[in-house]
Design a protein around this ligand. Structure first.
Ligand code: UGA
Length: 431
């Protein structure tokens, strides 16, 4: 069992640290935010991720949290870099946090390898290795080990991955990083650093492309009378295509797909290659929530003075993450059209900034839809399936439901008096 320092106590760092401790390693997680470290020391987990608090509690003997890089590195044999790489105005990834971790590595007497989990442009690993050599750390191995876990099931994904990608030029580092995963149920793929860096970007871009392709098919379904749910179910039965990420909706959001698709496009552009397919994906995804609002506006004959409920605000269910959530664009669009907006979400804590300062938050779905001219399912929280929709229809001024995730049973809804709009399907009228 090894002694590991994890830099960054965000989603990736905490899940990585907790899972490595679960596998038996001794882990010190270092973050630069004092309140984050203090709350973790008190046993409070600053983010919502199913199973994470339990894992941190069960392994508290093997886990420590610190603000001090030297303390984290005092006994560390391996340093994991799990800091965020947010987009800059040019769409490139901002690597300043990565570089500051690399600067911190100078006083690490036992360090044998640095493992990059942060998503970085192809070529970063080579630059980091050069910087490490210049800093007298030429003897320390380097591996790119991109993370493929999805929020909401990150702990499961870490322990049961489809693959563990290890990119390194150093067979000793490859062996060391692979050995840390003993007990993890997934095949190891070893490759060059550049290829490993590209696997991460290509995987997210292809997943974003699959979603966007389905959203475009949905638009054509709306225009022609086909139903995207029926179409996607049968398309996904082709084993060459697979059933995953074929769900039409209001566009992908979150901290990864929007950022990584822009980063890959910027990286391609910087090297002189125009990644046109990815540009189209990004543009179509930006349009997706706006198209939904335009359809709603047409259906109810204008939005000024209308009261609209947004059901679900997080970028997907099972998380409290609001980053790049389509709900923000939808709320802002509705407000700018002069509508009043209410919002329900079981987990989200949107900040006090626009548009959330003007959205009336309700803790109950019926309260949120009361006196509304329309309600829109923005995030497919399972709780929405169990709502008393007959009661909701009674409470609304106009029982119109725009199911932006095609979540609810339309046959029931039309029986309760709802007009049902969806993505990629014709509008169903009340029976
Ligand atoms: C995504 C990838 O799935 C992970 O493999 C990757 O490790 C992670 O990014 C990352 O780079 O860190 P995540 O952003 O947590 O994970 O969420 P997903 O479950 O992939 O969903 C992303 C977005 O796509 C959500 O807004 C979701 O609503 C949307 N989506 C997903 C669809 O609209 N349709 C689908 O069929 C699937």
């Amino acid at each position: 069992m090894r002694n590991i320092a994890v830099f960054g106590a965000g989603y990736i760092g905490l899940v990585t640290g907790a899972c490595l401790a679960e596998l038996g390693h001794t882990v010190t997680v270092r973050d630069i935010q004092p309140h984050r470290v203090e709350s973790l020391r008190r046993g409070e987990v600053p983010i919502y991720e199913p199973g994470l608090s339990e894992l941190l509690a069960n392994n508290e003997d093997r886990l420590r949290f610190t603000l001090d890089a030297q303390e984290a590195l005092q006994h560390a044999e391996i340093a994991y870099v799990c800091v965020d790489t947010p987009p800059t105005p040019s769409g490139d990834a901002d690597l300043s946090r990565v570089w500051s971790v690399i600067d911190d590595l100078r006083n690490a007497p036992h360090l044998a390898a640095v493992v990059m989990k942060s998503t970085v442009p192809v070529g970063t690993g080579e630059q980091v290795q050069n910087a490490m050599t210049a800093a007298g750390l030429g003897h320390v191995g380097y591996a790119s080990n991109p993370e493929f876990t999805a929020e909401g099931k990150a702990v499961h994904d870490f322990l049961h991955p489809d693959r563990i990608v290890i990119g390194t030029a150093d067979p000793v580092a490859a062996e060391l990083v692979a050995s840390l995963h003993k007990g993890v149920d997934g095949p190891v793929q070893t490759m060059s650093i550049a290829s490993a860096e590209m696997v991460k970007l290509a995987s997210n871009a292809l997943l974003a492309t699959k979603i966007t392709f389905t959203n475009e098919i949905a638009a054509v379904c709306e225009a022609t009378g086909a139903d995207v749910e029926e179409v996607a179910a049968a398309v996904g039965m082709d084993h060459r295509l697979g059933p995953h990420f074929l769900k039409a909706g209001l566009g992908y959001g979150g901290s990864c797909f929007p950022k990584d698709s822009r980063a890959l496009r910027a990286m391609a552009s910087n090297s002189g290659y125009p990644f046109q397919l990815l540009s189209a994906v990004i543009e179509v995804n930006d349009l997706q929530p706006r198209r939904a609002i335009a359809r709603l506006k047409e259906q109810i004959g204008g939005l000024r003075g209308r009261r609209i409920a947004l059901l679900g605000l997080t970028f997907k269910p099972g998380t409290d993450d609001m980053r790049e959530a389509p709900s923000a664009i939808i709320a802002a669009r509705l407000l700018s059209e002069g509508a009043q907006v209410t919002g329900w979400d079981p987990m989200a804590h949107p900040g006090a900034e626009a548009p959330w300062d003007q959205v009336e938050r309700k803790s109950d779905v019926i309260d949120a839809v009361t006196d509304c001219d329309a309600a829109m399912v923005v995030t497919e929280w399972p709780e929405l399936v169990d709502v008393d929709w007959a009661k909701a229809a009674q409470a609304m001024k106009n029982p119109l439901l725009f199911d932006g995730r095609n979540l609810l049973n339309r046959q029931d809804l039309v029986r309760y008096g709802f007009t049902c709009m969806g993505v990629g399907r014709i509008t169903a009228l009340p029976k």
